[in-house]
Design a binder for this molecule. Sequence first.
Ligand SMILES: NC(=O)c1ccc[n+]([C@@H]2O[C@H](COP(=O)([O-])OP(=O)(O)OC[C@H]3O[C@@H](n4cnc5c(N)ncnc54)[C@H](O)[C@@H]3O)[C@@H](O)[C@H]2O)c1
Length: 254
Amino acid sequence: MINELFGLQGKIAMITGAGQGLGQGYAINLAKAGCTCVCTDLSVERLSDTVAAIKEQGGKALALEMNVTERSSIQSALNTVMEEYGSIDIVVNNAGTEIAEPFLQVTPEHYDAIMGVNHKGTFFVMQEAAKYMKKQGNGKIINIGSLGSFIGLADSSVYCSSKGAVVQLTKTAAIELAPYNIQVNAIAPGYFLTTMTKPFFEDDAHREWIENRIPLGKVGTTDDLAGTVIFLASNASNYITGHVLIVDGGWLAS
Ligand SMILES: NC(=O)c1ccc[n+]([C@@H]2O[C@H](COP(=O)([O-])OP(=O)(O)OC[C@H]3O[C@@H](n4cnc5c(N)ncnc54)[C@H](O)[C@@H]3O)[C@@H](O)[C@H]2O)c1
């Protein structure tokens, strides 16, 4: 029963931005749950630690270069997945970027850089993967939002805009892809220590502001996201679509 609900044995999962941080965690934990993980990032070299960690634990992984801002790069990676495995069951749209700066200083170049990865990247990875999932008659897409999907965060105007848009995109795609048995959901992580958030944690005032608002009393680790990504990738969530699961130790509630 538990295996029928949550088992992911033999499923093919593609994770974007899997070279470090939360994406690396999703890949390692999905592999632990039985998935063959197609780990993608800006270069294959960036993926060596992730693939080594998966193989060390006896899991299956493939490293592929994929820049989510380029449609041809997305198509080429997905072609390889189909040639290699013949299906794409799960996509975790994790690749993301942030340039923290005051609203009044944001340049069009910075705007495009953030929206290009966080929103446009998510949009077209989802669209290209969904074409294959439609043919298969099933699929699980997991997008990555943020606390900034719900609230404004200072010096993150473009980032919060992009993550708010990811939530709206998740809901719209969930409706349009439901007839093909494709579930589209999102995870909104709270604060996790990664390369992206390191500058916040290095600033004492900012770190205290973050930590003092976490009712569960600790900053998250990638293992705190494991159950959520496995749940949204598995049969256990087959009747859930267009949902955003907040994983933040209670931060947003407080
Ligand atoms: N760390 C947090 O606390 C936190 C909180 C909420 C949401 N998030 C979101 O989680 C995701 C991962 O964040 P993280 O903290 O691990 O960040 P990170 O900066 O550590 O990792 C991001 C990864 O994305 C990859 N990437 C960047 N641009 C890319 C592109 N064009 N194509 C393919 N890959 C690209 C990078 O190479 C890197 O491996 C992001 O979407 C982020 O917005 C993070």
